[in-house]
Design a binder for this molecule. Sequence first.
Ligand SMILES: Cc1ncc(COP(=O)(O)O)c(C=O)c1O
Length: 388
Amino acid sequence: MSQFDEVIPRTGTNSEKWDGVEELFGRKDIIPMWVADMDFRAPKPVLDAFQRQIDHGIFGYSAKSESLVDAVINWNKEQHQFEIDPSTLFFNGAVVPTISLAIRSLTNKGDAVLMVSPIYPPFFNVTKATERKVVMSPLIYENHQYRIDFNDLEERMKTENIKLFLLCNPQNPGGRCFTKEELNQLAKLCEKYQIPVVSDEIHADLVMKNHKHVPLMVAAPFYSDQIITLMAATKTFNLAAIKASYYIITNKDYQDKFAAEQKYATTNDLNVFGIVGTEAAYRGGADWLNELKDYIYSNFEYVKDMLEKEVPEVGITDLEATYLMWLDCRALPKGEKAIYADLIDAGVGVQMGSGFGYSGKGFVRLNIACPKETLEKGVKLLIKGLKK
Ligand SMILES: Cc1ncc(COP(=O)(O)O)c(C=O)c1O
């Protein structure tokens, strides 16, 4: 038995994923397989660190420590062979606010911001909200996997006066873990058109067997002064609630621009749980993470087998990274709206592909980071809804 087999009820715990189902799907008895958090308890060293803080009982203003910086640097060196100079490392409450900070720091209103599609929705929502122009380059879907259409990307760079590229690697949705060669090619294109890159690598640690996350700054050292890397321990260790993330900028001019913009945003304080949670996870969470990745991959294999047997028209995207399956439902004899309604009717809550940009249309995103017991129930309902 794995520690991840334990079913921990989350209803009534202020959980967006579980307590938000009635508002989102219109009924309470839904198995939620949507928003990207996991139904697993965080690693014991993290819980112990939180407990020590609670036992202390004072929750005044917090200050991050040298040892947090040290833990971040060591983790990235060991896990990703990514050497971070402490003078280039900055902290911020969460990754999405840092995407907004980056857009506001590096572009002006009306500027064009390029991204691939489908993509994690805040990429285009934040771009729009900050009054920049969204430019999307559709990924090519082939042999159950996405790849970047470099010709299309270059065409847009050439013609659309792009001021910033937003990269999501590993990719959400679609679960791609881009190779060093692809990243290198991407950076060369950005260099050719003088476009800085924000590289959101929040899923870096959730990479499955036979794949390796390469930070963009490592894949393309020649361009590292035009790259801003965003990372966090929160996705890896199921700590989204503590709102803690960090970013790496080597370019002094960009550091100054971010600092100036931060003065308005004033979101750069980490809360005490963000500080101790991130450090404890990085110092003591590696074994938990290895077990987690095996568990997620066996969940993936289970869902794949079941769907291949029961609904063979559905294409299963390979899972190179993340715990988010991406189901190609375009061959089903019904459209997205009907699929969504049938799935809710069956009792499972998912996210539909077009929510991730127009090229996601016809796909379903399925969060499989839950105990086997929950997964089996959810998949049964999923099959029922898809077959209807
Ligand atoms: C690519 C990506 N970036 C950022 C986030 C959210 O990060 P945060 O909660 O730190 O804002 C997610 C959450 O799913 C994500 O998939």
